[in-house]
Design a binder for this molecule. Sequence first.
Ligand code: ADP
Length: 268
Amino acid sequence: MIAGLKRNRLKEVKRIVIKIGTTSLTYENGHVNLKRIRKLTEIICDLMNMDKEVILVSSGAIGIGVDKLQLPGRPQTVSGKQAVAAVGQLMLMNIYERFFSELSQNVAQILLTKDVTEGAETRQNVINTFNELLKMRVIPIVNENDSVSVDEIKFGDNDFLSYIVATITGSDLLIILTDIDGFYDKNPRDYNDAILMHNITDLSEKIEEAAGGSDSELGTGGMLTKVHASRLAAEKGVAAVICNGEDPAIIYDILDGKDVGTMFIPED
Ligand code: ADP
């Protein structure tokens, strides 16, 4: 972690967690957005070439499973969701493996449940695994272990998971890619005059009041889980940026210190 990280110093970051949501991985019709995933993988490889260490937290297992199995929608039952996630996760990793291997970049899959990151010993094991992978220049691709997660051991949403991963790995920056430009003072899908907030220094819980749920069929947590995760990350000293993943090249803009997305600035 780098103390007092502001926009103009983001180029200094070394370890970055990038979280991508289902709505950014798929088209509105539910099919996989291969073009975008390819671009994201290329940029992540480029960041590795710049000697950054990247951890990717990827959603999409259920959404992609629904599409692969040609189901009419997300299953309603827990077991239905878990079964579909098991199918979708494999396809998702297959896509990542293919794109990354085209650039000779090794990747690894880490599936987590909350209990693993809470127990001191199991958490340390997970941290060691991340460190070992990054030492070998392997990109860890993380998701919740949806197929075995029940309420008691669930992170609940991947925004929260990405915050946990960013903090336990001592990352410098968390980037949450979503389907909107950042965090507005009210939901811009409901209000035309909503204003994008670029920099947030007030890390108190009341900032979450402006964040609503998802308006998309595929999105799960909406802005609320992103703001919650980013706020907690910044509180723990990890800078966090919520931004639009439509063009993953926005990651370069963030590192260049441009005023894109919403940055949650850790205290000095
Ligand atoms: P993802 O699949 O990337 O996790 P979500 O659809 O779950 O994305 O969350 C992003 C959505 O949150 C936005 O598209 C928007 O509809 C909704 N939203 C609610 N309140 C806000 C807000 N204050 N600012 C921005 N987006 C908001």
